[in-house]
Design a protein. Structure first.
Ligand SMILES: [Cu+2]
Ligand SMILES: [Cu+2]
Lengths: 187, 541
C-alpha cells in the first residue's frame, strides 16, 4: 500500500538520481569539449583562420594558380608550398611530390564545381569551393605513396577523380628541386 | 481518440511507399558499386539514383511521418478533432505533388545534383520547385500544430500540455525554422540560376545556408522517435515514464541548440573562418545532452516496467522485460544503434577528429546508422503501435514483426560498420564505382562487399514490413480502444511555465541562430568576387 509520504519520498529519490545523471552528463560533455579546445589551442590544429577568395574565371590567366605556378615550391624559410587546383574530373598536378619531415603549406582551389581533397593514410582533408582558397598546414612523416581522391560529388565523373601524393626523403626532394622552380611527379 | 483516421493513414501510407521505393534504389546502389557487380553501367544512373534516394529519404519520408504522427498525437492527447482538417489535406497534397514534381526531372537525369544540391552545379528548376512544395506543405502542418495547441490552451488554461503534444509541437517549430536555411538557399541563390535569370552563384554562401538546415533536420527526423521512446515505449511494456520534466527539458534543448551548430558540416570548408567553426563545435557538444538525458530516462522507465513484472537484481531485471513485445524489441535495438551512432557523432563534432573521416564512407555509415537505424526502426514501431487504432483491425503478427525488426537491425549493422571502417581507411563517399584492382583500393574490397550484403538484408526487412502492414489492413475488425500515451510515475501537479510553453525557447532558438549564422552569412554577402559560373547539369542548354 502506498501512502502519501511514500510517494513523496519516491519522488524525491527519483529526482535526486536524475539530477546526478544530468550532472554527470554535463561533466562528460564538458570534458569532451574541453579536450577539443585544448588540442585546438595547444597543438594548433585549428581550421583555417581567414577567408580568402580566388576567381575561378581568371584562375588560369593571372594570380598564384596559373598553371606554371602549380606544384611544389621551395620557400626561403625552408618550408614547401604546394599549389593545386581541382577541376571536373582531375587535379592539377595529378601527382604531387613533397618532402618528408618538412612543414608544407597546401594551397588549393577549384576551377569549376565543389571538389574535395583527401590524402589517404593521413589526416589531410579539405573542401575545394570555387571562389575560395583552402589553405592547410601539413607534414608528412615518412616517404611513401598516398592516393588522393576527390571526396565530394562534383558531377558524373566524380568516381574517376583520383590523384597521387609521393612523399620523398628530404634530401632527394632538394636534389629534385635544385633544377626546377616548381615540382610535380606527373610524367 | 483518433477521428481523422484517413488523414493520418494517408500520411503514413505515402511515407512508407516513398520509403519502399527509395529503399530499392539504395539496395541497387549498394550492389552496383560493390565488387559483386561485374557489368559496366552508366555512372550517371548511379548519381540519379542517389539524388532520388536522398531526396525521398531525407525530405519526403520523415516529413510525412512527422506530419501524420503529429496529427495523431494532436487528436489523441487534446481529445478533440483536429482543427483545420482541410488545410491538413492541402498540406498533404502539396507534399505529394511536390515529391512527384521533384522526381520527374531527377528520373530523367536532369537534376543529378544529389539531395544536398551542390551549387554551382544546377539542375532542372522543377527539382527545386518540388522540394520547396514539400517544405511549404510541411509548414502548413507546423502552423496547424501551433494553432491546435493554442486553442486547447485557451480552453484549458490550468492543465499542463500533454507531454506527447508538447514534444510534437517542439519538433514542428524546430522544423519550421530549420527549413528556412535551405529555403533561402533555393529561393535566393539556386532558383534564379536554374530559371536562367542569373548565371553565377556564390557556392560558399549556399553551403552555409544549407548547413543551417542540414544538421537540425536530423533532429526533426529524430523527434518522432524520441516521442515514441518517452510516450509509447513505457506504456507498451506495461510501465510508466520515469520523469515528465526531464522529457520536456530534452525536447526544449533540441529546439534551442539543434540549429546554431550546423557549421560543423563545414569544418573543412574555406568560406567560414576558424572562430565560428569553433563556436559551432562547442554547441554541437551541447546537443549530446538531451540524448544522454533521454537514454537515462528510457532505461529507468524500462527498469520500472520490469520490476513491476517481478524483475530482480542489479541487471537481472533486463531479462524480465517483455522481449516478445515488438515495441520493446524495437526500442532496445534503436538504443543500441543510437549508442554506436552517437559515439560516431561525438567523433564528427570535433574539428581534429573530423579531419580524418570528413566526407568519407564513415559519414555515410554514421547517418545511416542514426537515421536509417535508430530513427527509422522506431518509425516501424510507431506504425505497429498505431495501426490497429487507425484501421480498426487487429494486428497480432508479433513473430513476423520481431523478425522484421531484427533483420533491419542486423542489416543496418552489416551495412554501416564496414562503411565506418573503410571511411577510416580514407574511402571517399558518393562514388559510382571503385577500381578494386587499384592497390590503394583493393584492401577495401571485402568491406564494400559486406555492406552490399547488408543492403540486401535491409531490403528483405523492408518487404516484411509491408507484409505486416498489409496483413494488418486486411485482418478482422477489432476495437483497439482509445489511443493512449504513457503516464509518468509522478504526475506533476503543476508544471513551471517554462516547461509548458515555447515563447522563451523560440526566442533563444532564433536568437542563437542569428548570432551563430549572422556573421558568417554577412561576411560572405559583403565579400566581393565570390560568385562563380553555374554548371548546368543534364540538359544541353
Ligand atoms: Cu569529385
Ligand atoms: Cu550534423
Amino acid at each position: 500500500m502506498t501512502t502519501e509520504s511514500d510517494s513523496h519520498l519516491g519522488e524525491a529519490v527519483a529526482a535526486r538520481i536524475e539530477r546526478r545523471w544530468a550532472t554527470l552528463s554535463i561533466v562528460v560533455v564538458g570534458v569532451l569539449v574541453g579536450m577539443a579546445i585544448f588540442i585546438g589551442i595547444d597543438h594548433a590544429t585549428m581550421p583555417q583562420g581567414h577567408v580568402e577568395t580566388a576567381d575561378p574565371k581568371t584562375l588560369h590567366l593571372t594570380g598564384e594558380f596559373i598553371e606554371s605556378n602549380l606544384g611544389s615550391a621551395m620557400e626561403a624559410d625552408g618550408s614547401v608550398t604546394v599549389r593545386a587546383i581541382g577541376q571536373q574530373y582531375s587535379f592539377t598536378p595529378q601527382c604531387i611530390v613533397v618532402p618528408s619531415e618538412t612543414p608544407v603549406t597546401l594551397r588549393a582551389t577549384s576551377a569549376d564545381a565543389v571538389h574535395g581533397l583527401l590524402i589517404e593514410g593521413t589526416n589531410i582533408n579539405t573542401m575545394l569551393v570555387p571562389g575560395y582558397v583552402s589553405e592547410l598546414p601539413v607534414r608528412f612523416k615518412a616517404p611513401g605513396e598516398h592516393a588522393m581522391p576527390c571526396q565530394e560529388f562534383c558531377g558524373i565523373g566524380h568516381q574517376g577523380m583520383w590523384a597521387k601524393v609521393k612523399v620523398v626523403d628530404k634530401t632527394a626532394f632538394l636534389r629534385m628541386m635544385a633544377s626546377r622552380r616548381r615540382l610535380s611527379c606527373v610524367d | 481518440m483518433l477521428i481523422n483516421k484517413r488523414l493520418i493513414l494517408a500520411h503514413f501510407w505515402l511515407a512508407f511507399a516513398v520509403f519502399g521505393l527509395a529503399l530499392i534504389l539504395g539496395a541497387w546502389q549498394m550492389f552496383v558499386r560493390s565488387p559483386f557487380n561485374a557489368w559496366h553501367f552508366n555512372p550517371e544512373f548511379y548519381y540519379r539514383s542517389v539524388t532520388a534516394h536522398g531526396s525521398a529519404m531525407g525530405y519526403v519520408f520523415p516529413t510525412l511521418i512527422a506530419m501524420g504522427f503529429g496529427y495523431a498525437i494532436t487528436e489523441a492527447t487534446l481529445e478533440k478533432p483536429l482543427v483545420g482538417v482541410r488545410w491538413a489535406w492541402a498540406g498533404f497534397a502539396l507534399v505529394a505533388v511536390g515529391a512527384v514534381v521533384a522526381m520527374i526531372p531527377v528520373s530523367l537525369g536532369l537534376a543529378s545534383v544529389l539531395y544536398t544540391f551542390y551549387p554551382p552545379m544546377v539542375g532542372n528548376p522543377f527539382y527545386y520547385i518540388g522540394v520547396v512544395m514539400v517544405v511549404v506543405g510541411s509548414w502548413i502542418w507546423v502552423a496547424l500544430m501551433s494553432i491546435n495547441l493554442m486553442i486547447w490552451k485557451r480552453d484549458n488554461p490550468d492543465r499542463p500540455v500533454p507531454l506527447a503534444m508538447f514534444a510534437n509541437v517542439a519538433g514542428s517549430y524546430l522544423w519550421g525554422w530549420t527549413a528556412v536555411g535551405a529555403a533561402l538557399e533555393i529561393i535566393f541563390l539556386i532558383l534564379p540560376v536554374a530559371l536562367g535569370l542569373r548565371s553565377t552563384i556564390d557556392a560558399g554562401l549556399a553551403r552555409v545556408f544549407f548547413s543551417w538546415t542540414l544538421h537540425a533536420i536530423v533532429y526533426f527526423w529524430l523527434i518522432p522517435t524520441y516521442i515514441a521512446y518517452y510516450t509509447i515505449f513505457p506504456r507498451a511494456i506495461g510501465g510508466r515514464l520515469y520523469s515528465d520534466a526531464m522529457a520536456r527539458i530534452s525536447f526544449i534543448l533540441f529546439v534551442v541548440v539543434a540549429m546554431p551548430i550546423g557549421v560543423h558540416h563545414l569544418f573543412a570548408d574555406p568560406q567560414v573562418g576558424a572562430g565560428f567553426k569553433f563556436m559551432h563545435s562547442v554547441f554541437t557538444g551541447l546537443v549530446t545532452l538531451p540524448t544522454l538525458l533521454t537514454i537515462f530516462t528510457i532505461c529507468a522507465s524500462a527498469e520500472i516496467a520490469s520490476r513491476l513484472r517481478g524483475g530482480r537484481g542489479a541487471f537481472g531485471w533486463v531479462r524480465a522485460l517483455p522481449w516478445q513485445n515488438p515495441i520493446m524489441l524495437a526500442t532496445a535495438l534503436s538504443l543500441v544503434m543510437l549508442g554506436f551512432g552517437g559515439a560516431g557523432g561525438i567523433i564528427n563534432m570535433s574539428y581534429q577528429l573530423d579531419a580524418t573521416i570528413h566526407n568519407t564512407q564513415w559519414i555515410t555509415g554514421h547517418f545511416h546508422l542514426i537515421f536509417g537505424g535508430a530513427i527509422v526502426i522506431m518509425y516501424f514501431a510507431i506504425a505497429y503501435d498505431l495501426w490497429p487504432h487507425l484501421t480498426g483491425r487487429a494486428m497480432d503478427h508479433f513473430g513476423l514483426m520481431r523478425t522484421q525488426l531484427w533483420l533491419w537491425f542486423i542489416g543496418m549493422i552489416v551495412t554501416t560498420f564496414p562503411w565506418h571502417y573503410v571511411g577510416i581507411l580514407g574511402m571517399p563517399r558518393r562514388m559510382a564505382f571503385y577500381d578494386y584492382a587499384n592497390p590503394a583500393i583493393s584492401p577495401q574490397t571485402f568491406s564494400v562487399g559486406m555492406s552490399a550484403v547488408g543492403g540486401l538484408i535491409l531490403l528483405t526487412s523492408g518487404v516484411l514490413f509491408f507484409v505486416v502492414l498489409i496483413r494488418g489492413q486486411r485482418a478482422e475488425r477489432s476495437d483497439a480502444g482509445a489511443y493512449r500515451f504513457s503516464v509518468p510515475i509522478h504526475m506533476p501537479a503543476r508544471i513551471p511555465v517554462a516547461l509548458n510553453s515555447f515563447g522563451l525557447w523560440l526566442t533563444l532558438m532564433v536568437g542563437l541562430t542569428v548570432v551563430n549564422y549572422g556573421y558568417p552569412i554577412a561576411q560572405l554577402l559583403v565579400l566581393k568576387q565570390t560568385n562563380v559560373p553555374a554548371i548546368y547539369v543534364g540538359a544541353s542548354r
